[in-house]
Design a protein around this ligand. Structure first.
Ligand code: LMR
Length: 397
């Protein structure tokens, strides 16, 4: 029966993590997956999360029953408040559903778009590799709009606006809410205003992938700017909110879908349909990660700790940007390297070619994605010089 099944290629991001683990080289660096690491290169359980987890585990009033299909109702407001103001939450216009982190949220939204009769989703070029696959799996057509300007090593804003002008009413546009993955390049506040106005004028359905709120500036409100603008515009739109990176809860698969609707009636109807998608896909969401997030967000001392931890993580990454750029420039490596410090969030889009990337992986055992993206969180004072040296060698060829 299965003899005709061919071997699938390894995942372009998670497959690299397995290769890194299996690599016997003494000197190796994992800059592949977007996951925070300490100065010692270790995964980090946030102290606020560890504290909340203890409280959750010791809470004898909790059981292991199924959660509601859309997650516990009392957990919704604290996560909505990370994005929306109180008035809009009170209006009942937001349909919120606990889902399986960012990917799981996007998966349900994709199915919902299909159910609504949407035919096409536009993704930035480039985007996170999983985006088009998720939409294609839901039998949606997926196309791209310009985003990255190779010569400028920055945002191709004019190209992006021209791309939006080509989109048709009722088509979906995927936008990275903050800290674009893989480029680390975001529109300025002024550019965001123009993007929102263009989406509204063309009557598009925006979908904001919010996977890195807090990682760009260390501040939730500042990193929530694009979401605020879309909310103020009065448009109806989707948000996929992940807590993998900003709570460090990668393996707990915790996130939320928010659908901002024009009325409470519409939000109630959307919620009822989204619940059908969830029920058929995985029945109901896991409770452990959701309980931890809720405990952090509803315990003032823990929330304060968490906000400080977010700033700490984003500052460490900024320090690594400075260190990497300095080390590369000190070597006189051909090219310009200001993009290393100009870019934001977890990633740097190095501009290394496919062949150079291959050398980084094969020869220097520095694991990075094929498009030249490196996770800055994988850098630390102990490996930054080695990485700079290897980039220098790869560029000089
Ligand atoms: C990444 O881009 O590295 C992360 O979003 C992890 C993933 O699932 O790909």
């Amino acid at each position: 029966i299965f003899a005709s099944i061919s071997q699938a290629p390894a995942d372009p991001i998670l497959g690299l993590v397995s290769r890194f683990k299996a690599d016997p080289a003494k000197k190796k660096v994992n800059l592949s997956v977007g996951a925070y690491r300490t100065e010692e290169g270790k995964p980090w359980i946030l102290p606020s999360v560890a504290e909340a987890e203890k409280m959750v585990v010791n809470d004898t009033t909790q059981d292991k029953e199924y959660q509601p299909i859309d997650g516990k109702p009392e957990y919704k407001r604290p996560v909505q408040e990370l994005i929306f103001n109180g008035d809009i939450i009170d209006s009942g216009c937001i349909a919120t559903v606990q889902a399986l982190s960012g990917t799981g949220s996007l998966q349900c939204i994709a199915q919902f778009l299909k159910f609504m009769g949407v035919t096409k989703v536009w993704c930035p070029n480039p985007t996170w590799g999983n985006h088009p696959k998720i939409f294609q799996r839901a039998l949606l057509e997926c196309d791209t709009y310009p985003y990255w300007h190779q010569e400028k090593r920055g945002l191709d804003f004019d190209g992006m606006m021209a791309g939006i002008e080509k989109m048709k009413e009722g088509e979906c546009i995927l936008l990275h809410a903050v800290a674009h993955n893989p480029t680390g390049v975001d529109p300025t506040p002024d550019q965001w205003q123009k993007i929102v106005a263009a989406c509204k004028a063309r009557k598009l359905i925006p979908l904001l992938d919010n996977a890195y709120q807090g990682y760009a500036s260390g501040e939730l409100a500042k990193d929530g700017y694009s979401q605020q603008l879309f909310t103020q515009s009065g448009m109806e739109f989707f948000i996929a909110q992940s807590f993998a990176k900003n709570f460090g809860l990668y393996g707990e698969r915790i996130g939320y879908i928010h659908v901002r609707c024009a009325s409470k009636d519409a939000a109630d109807a959307v919620l009822s349909q989204m619940k059908i998608i969830v029920r058929q896909a995985y029945s109901s969401p896991p409770q452990h990660g959701a309980a931890i997030v809720n405990k952090v967000l509803t315990t003032p001392a823990l929330k304060e700790m968490w906000l400080k931890e977010l700033t700490f993580m984003s500052n460490r990454i900024i320090d690594m940007r400075v260190a990497l750029r300095k080390a590369i420039e000190a070597k006189g490596t051909p090219g310009t390297w200001n993009h290393v410090t100009d870019q934001i969030g977890m990633f740097t889009f190095t501009g290394l070619s496919k062949d150079q990337v291959m050398r980084m992986v094969e020869e220097f055992h520095i694991y990075m994605t094929g498009d030249g993206r490196i996770s800055m969180a994988g850098l630390n004072p102990g490996n930054v010089e080695y990485v700079a040296d290897s980039i220098d060698k790869a560029v000089r060829g």
